[in-house]
Each structure stands twice: as C-alpha cells, then as structure tokens.
Ligand binder design. Structure first.
Ligand SMILES: [Zn+2]
Length: 445
C-alpha cells in the first residue's frame, strides 16, 4: 500500500458530525490529553534549555576553564531535573508510562503521537519560517485533536476499510469514539465511496467550534484525480490586491470588498461591547466568569458571529478563486511580504481582514488541482511603472506616486492610467518575463 506522500493527488474535506453526549465527553478527554502532552513537551524543552544555558554561563565565568568544582546541592538538583526532563521527551512511550490518565481506554494513542509531532513541527517552523518558539497551548472553548487513519493487512486503501472509515454516506466510524452521524459530505466524495475508488485517508482532525458545532477534517490521497481538470482557455490575467477594493485585474475589472463584511463587523463590535460590559460587571460583583450566565450567553453570541464572518469570507474567497482559475490558464499575483506589510498596523489589519493570504493559498492549490498555472512575483515597481512605455516613477527625476494618487498620467508617453489597473497589467507582464524598459517607446520611435 502506498504512503500518503507517494500518492499523486491530495484533497482535503470537511463536514459536520453529530456526536452523542458520551462521545462529546470523549472528544474533550482526547483534546485535554493532546494539549497536556504538548505542554509537557514545551515545559521540558524550556527546562532543558535553561539548565544547559546556566551551566554554560557557569563554565565561562569560572577562572580555570574545564575545571570541575564539587557540585552544590542546588546543582545536583538541577542535574537531576535535567535528566528527568530529557528522559520524559526521549521516547513517545515515556509520557504515557508516567501519567496514568493518558492510558485510559478512552484516550486515542494516535492523538498523543500527534501532540508530539505537532511539537516537533512547531520547532521545524521556528527557524525557516520565522514563527515563534513553541508556546503552551491554552485551554479554550474550541477543542480539537488529530488522529490518523491506519490500515491493516490490506492491499489497497479505500474510504471504507481503515481505522477511520465511512460506513455509508451518512455515517463515519472513528477510533475510540465509534460511529457518528455526518452531514454535508461533498457529492464527489459520495461518488468515490459508491464507486469504491481507491482513496487513502491520512490525518483526521476532530474539532468543536466555540458555538458547539462539531467538524471532521480528512486529508485524502489517491492516484485517481479528485476533480476533472478545467478546459484550457488561452487567457492570462494579472491581479492587483489593494485596499480600496478587493482586487483589480489586468482587464480593468474591479472586485469590490464584499459588503456583508462591513455589516457583520458592525454587529460584532456591538456584541463585543456588551460582552466586555458583562465581564466588567461580573468582576465587580466578584463572580467567576464560568458562573456568570449572562456573560456566557453573550460569549456564545460573539463566537457565532465570528464563525459567521469566517464562513462568509471563506465562501467569497472560494467563489472568486475558482472563477479566476477556471477562466484563465495563467494567473499572476504579487507575493505578500507580510513582514513589511505588518509594519504598517492599519494596513496589516486590512490584509488579515481581507484574507489575501488565504486567497493566494486557494489560487495555488486550485491551479494545481485543475491543471492551471498560478505564480507570484516580487511586487517591486509594479505600481510605479508605466506599463505602456516602461518609465518608472520615482526614478530619473520623476516624482514617485503616493498612495492617494488613484489616477495619473505618464510624463513620458502621456498615457493616462488608473493606478491599480496599470499595476495589474505590470504584474501580468512581470509574471510572463516581458518587463524590459522602454521596449514600446523604441518601437514607436
Ligand atoms: Zn509611459
């Protein structure tokens, strides 16, 4: 049987499921266990780092290098703690051996293995990607844990013969939890299930949102494509993401920021004001938030609103990205330099609101899925360059365009530009590698 990484096509699906009260309790138990194990690793890792660092400092400061002084009681203690911490995270098994509740029959051993893997992944992301060091996971009202689908002694992996498997199009069997009813399965997956198409299930995430909806996310892999490829259109397009609208393309079409967003945002701000008022009141009266009923009710309203906004935005981004990939063979966008952009706080807020990062990720995987091309380019000069003659504003004595100038006229070829449209054309041309200065001017002369 092929491993996930050796399969040609990958596809993620997400749908709702409806656990019983007993199953909900088990989900919570596994979420707690996964968080506990992750935090144990974070704690042990920090301890090891600090003790080692302290001993290095002691060595450097001693007058005779490499000389071993007799250890103080404190140092012996530290060394003991260090050994214990190293021992704990040396092997997967050790943490289960140490804590009895992790060996309860309701606990999925793969949930624990995933906690350790997530910890290691956090370290892998730390250096190259510039994420922070792994930190403790807080307890929160949306739970989630990961497990894996395993296959035993079968030649071929299907949707219905692993440890996570579809009973039919309405039910899934999960490790430890047993059977759950599901809804919202995509027709193309139903189709695969009924046709018995060879498909492997990989990582499985079990999630509960703050407003108590349960979701399953499955990573699927197969050598049979999940979707039909889109027909070639011979069309190419550049897109400029900006703050005035969601995007402007190289044909001059503008996609406005969706209006639902501002509306929901107002409602959210209002709901959050009520929430913080209730929090203050509970605090003043000396009640714990857990017992403050009105606060809890409002917390749920806020969580639901957040969820609604997230879903609306997700829908908008899906529809738009699919349309772009379907109608064009090549889509070019600028790469988002998040570090530079985040320096400007107002800009950073709008970028995360607009979901540009998510949007570009969608374009990337959809291009892959439907056999189209999507590339990103360095945004340098895309706004300042006249696409008609290649003059770059801000160079050779020409005044640099400011953010305010929405329309401008090229001082050399006198072409009138709409800023974002011109930028989108530049992005498309840069993506195709046809960015030589003054080519058209020379032709005209
Ligand atoms: Zn020009």
């Amino acid at each position: 049987m092929k491993r996930m990484s050796n399969l040609k096509y990958h596809f993620g699906i997400k749908f709702r499921f409806y656990p019983s009260d007993k199953q909900k309790k088990m989900i919570k138990q596994n979420y707690d266990a996964q968080r506990f194990v992750y935090n144990q690793y974070v704690g042990a890792g920090r301890l090891i780092y600090h003790i080692k660092n302290a001993s290095k400092v002691a060595q450097v400061n001693s007058s005779i290098p490499f000389m071993m002084k007799p250890m103080t009681k404190y140092e012996i203690n530290q060394a003991q703690t260090l050994l214990e911490a190293q021992e704990l995270i040396a092997k997967h098994r050790n943490i289960r051996d140490k804590y009895e509740f992790l060996r309860a029959k309701e606990i999925d051993s793969l949930a624990i293995a995933n906690a350790i893997q997530n910890y290691k992944k956090a370290w892998r992301n730390y250096h190259p990607i510039g994420y922070g060091k792994p930190t403790f996971h807080k307890k929160c009202s949306d739970w989630s844990y990961q497990t894996n689908c395993t296959y035993h002694g079968t030649e071929e992996a299907y949707l219905d013969n692993g440890s996570v498997r579809f009973i039919d199009t309405k039910h899934v069997k999960l490790p430890k939890l047993g059977n759950v009813r599901i809804s919202g399965l995509r027709p193309l997956i139903k189709d695969r299930l009924l046709k018995h198409a060879s498909t492997r299930i990989g990582t499985v995430s079990i999630k509960k949102t703050a407003d108590d909806q349960f979701y399953l996310s499955l990573q699927l892999g197969s050598d049979i494509a999940f979707t039909k490829k889109f027909a070639k259109t011979k069309s190419k397009i550049g897109i400029d993401l900006n703050l005035d609208n969601f995007l402007t393309d190289s044909n001059g079409a503008v996609v406005a920021n969706p209006s639902f967003y501002r509306k929901s945002q107002r409602r959210l701000a209002h709901a959050q004001r009520i929430l913080s008022r209730r929090q203050r009141r509970a605090k003043k009266e000396g009640r714990s938030l857990r017992q403050a009923k009105n606060y809890q009710k409002q917390r749920l309203i806020v969580a639901k609103l957040h969820d609604k906004i997230r879903r609306q935005r997700q829908d908008f981004l899906h529809v738009l990205s699919t349309a772009l990939i379907k109608n064009h063979d090549l889509v070019v966008a600028e790469e988002l330099r998040s570090k530079n952009l985040l320096k400007n706080h107002a800009l950073a807020q709008s970028i995360s609101d607009a979901g540009w990062c998510t949007f570009l990720t969608m374009l990337e995987y959809k291009a892959d899925l439907y056999d189209k091309e999507f590339i990103t380019i360095d945004p340098k000069f895309t706004t300042q360059r006249c696409h008609h003659c290649g003059t770059i504003m801000g160079q050779n004595g020409y005044k640099k365009l400011t953010l305010k100038e929405r329309e401008w006229t090229c001082p050399v070829c006198h072409k009138e530009h709409i800023r974002d449209w011109n930028a989108a054309i530049n992005i498309l041309e840069k993506g195709q590698g046809i960015w030589s200065n003054h080519t058209r001017m020379k032709k005209a002369a």
